[in-house]
Design a protein around this ligand. Structure first.
Ligand code: GTP
Ligand code: MG
Length: 193
């Protein structure tokens, strides 16, 4: 899909700030520094719309992006960054709970994992947490450019098994570096909406 128009609507810290235009919404979840913001930029064909960083913890707010006036993508702060205080972690938890439990327009979640590694216990927890809200999930296994072609199928299988993925959920191999899997990601997202 070719995206002509995409813009940041708001960086929200509280519920009153969520956009209220009723557009179908997709949230992006994943460990800190896994490549969520890079995924958004690749799909929207923008270099720096969503801020990326080699340092974890770059995204701290719920960032709502309008995509062609048709969808909203929400970049969600990552989890699993060790150097986060207890109170910051608790604030993150409250932000997630408020968002996922109240957002009526949320149609599904894109959860990003690193194709090089087995999902962490936090990834497994996050997947289960999202499933308890009955949300359809697309798993994006990113950084494919870092794994040789012949190893990819095995890594994909191990990710599916470790997450105990629901049969209805799909998994897409992706790279923000090469654009691999971009069209398949769009297809999967449109299926959520
Ligand atoms: P937080 O906002 O901190 O939670 O991170 P994030 O998940 O948004 O990650 P971000 O997109 O900022 O990317 C983190 C780092 O990974 C950056 O240095 C990116 O350039 C790199 N990166 C992201 N996607 C890919 C990819 O597909 N391949 C490679 N090789 N690097 C990637
Ligand atoms: Mg980010």
């Amino acid at each position: 899909m070719k995206v002509n128009q995409a813009e940041l609507m708001i960086s929200a810290v509280s519920q009153e700030q969520y956009p209220q235009n009723g557009l179908p919404e997709i949230a992006l979840a994943g460990r800190s520094n896994v490549g969520k913001s890079s995924f958004i930029n690749t799909l929207l064909t923008r270099k720096n719309l969503a801020y990326t960083s080699s340092k974890p913890g770059k995204t701290q707010t719920l960032n709502f992006y309008d995509v062609e006036g048709r969808y909203i993508f929400v970049d969600v702060p990552g989890y699993g960054y060790a150097k986060v205080s207890k109170s910051e972690r608790a604030a993150w938890g409250r932000m997630m709970e408020t968002y996922f439990s109240t957002r009526d327009t949320l149609r599904g979640v894109v959860m990003i994992v690193d194709v090089r590694h087995l999902p962490s216990s936090e990834d497994v927890q996050m997947y289960k947490y999202l499933k308890h809200f009955d949300l359809p999930i697309v798993i994006i296994a990113t950084k494919a450019d870092k794994v040789t072609k012949n190893k990819r199928p095995r890594h994909m299988k191990q990710i599916k098994e470790t997450l105990e993925m629901d049969k209805k959920d799909s998994i897409v191999l992706f790279s923000a570096e090469t654009g691999h899997g971009k069209e398949d990601s769009w297809k999967a997202i449109k299926n959520l909406v």
